[in-house]
Write a protein that binds this ligand. Structure first.
Ligand code: NAD
Length: 297
């Protein structure tokens, strides 16, 4: 079945597999990315290549974005050559993690051209993007939500958060602060176990059957830390960006986030030491180095 033509800007680790799922579902796609490498596999599958976000927005009424940083999302939305300059776009559906302040600014910029902003940060990593098991947090007017709902169903489980732009971003930032915190506390506990002489695989099994269980012990530790591959699929630079946005937002709202502040500082060190392109499971590598042990099973 052939469905309507959609636009997609940003075909990276998340956007690539999500666009692939849309092609599988029968949608036609016009796509744009600054990287040829990111575009090639989708063009080979029939997606049409554009040379700017504006060109994508002149080919499709609904344009999805999955881009790395808030300034890049803002520029692809309302900057020169952005979606706002397209002749056809009616909706910009953003699945990046931008934080609420950027979301509100882009929503206002698009509204001037009668383009509706839909905030849709996602959680569940590359595995979720490939398998269609992401958690999708949506904030936008109800009408727009109904319009994009069939598209979002291709990606996973949908949670409608509310009407206000940026509201879904608040939920996402809280989640990502907790996901990074989980790696740090799991690595601290496991490093202590290793140093005392406990097999970390056995200790992690115990944690998973006990009250210390979290998304690091169930997922990141077995997949990327015990094998020493540090390749979970989420960049340290992006995690650092998310936790910075989270703590800034909490501070601006007068909400205490002391533990979150600590997570941000540990990410700052990991980012400086291993680079922004390293995997965020390198948080555990840092703890290993400080403790003088390796958490390997
Ligand atoms: P990525 O770096 O793998 O992909 C981003 C893509 O955007 C790249 O292909 C890059 O070439 C492209 N790009 C950069 N600047 C561009 C521009 N100006 N115009 C067009 N394309 C441009 O990042 P990712 O891991 O796919 O993450 C994308 C977004 O999703 C981020 O906001 C991230 O925080 C969020 N996210 C990531 C994960 C994850 O596990 N990787 C999970 C949930 C949410």
């Amino acid at each position: 079945m052939t469905l309507e033509r959609l636009g997609f800007v940003g075909l990276g680790r998340m956007g690539g597999p999500m666009a692939g799922r849309l092609l599988d579902a029968g949608y036609q796609l016009t796509i744009y990315d600054v990287s040829d490498e990111a575009l090639a596999p989708l063009v080979a599958r029939g997606a049409k290549r554009a040379s700017s976000a504006a060109e994508v927005a002149s080919a499709a009424e609904i344009v999805l974005t999955s881009l790395p940083t808030p300034p890049i999302v803002e520029s692809a939305g309302i900057g020169p050559g952005g979606i706002v300059e397209g002749s056809k776009a009616e909706v910009m559906l953003d699945m990046s993690t931008t934080g609420p302040a950027t979301a509100k600014r882009i929503a206002a910029g698009l509204a001037a051209k009668r383009i509706q902003w839909v905030d849709c940060p996602v959680s569940g990593g590359i595995k979720g993007a490939v398998n269609g098991t992401l958690a999708l947090m949506v904030s936008c007017p109800k009408e727009s939500f109904e319009r994009v709902r069939p598209i979002l169903e291709v990606f996973g489980k949908i949670f409608y958060i509310g009407e206000k732009p940026g509201l879904a971003q608040v939920v996402k930032l809280g989640n990502n602060m907790m996901a990074a915190a989980a790696i740090i506390v799991a690595a601290e506990a496991l490093a202590m176990g290793v140093k005392a002489g406990v097999n970390p695989r056995v200790m992690n099994d115990v944690l998973n059957a006990s009250t210390g269980r979290n998304t690091a012990t169930t997922d990141k530790v077995p997949r990327s830390i015990l094998p020493g591959t540090f390749d979970f699929g989420f960049a340290t630079g992006l995690s650092y960006k998310d936790v910075r946005l989270c703590v800034d937002e909490a501070e601006a709202m007068g909400v205490p986030m002391l533990a979150g502040g600590m997570v941000r500082e540990i990410l700052a060190i990991t980012n400086a030491k291993y680079g922004s392109h390293s995997d965020f499971t390198c948080l555990a590598k840092l703890i290993e180095e400080w403790a003088g042990v390796e958490i390997r099973g």
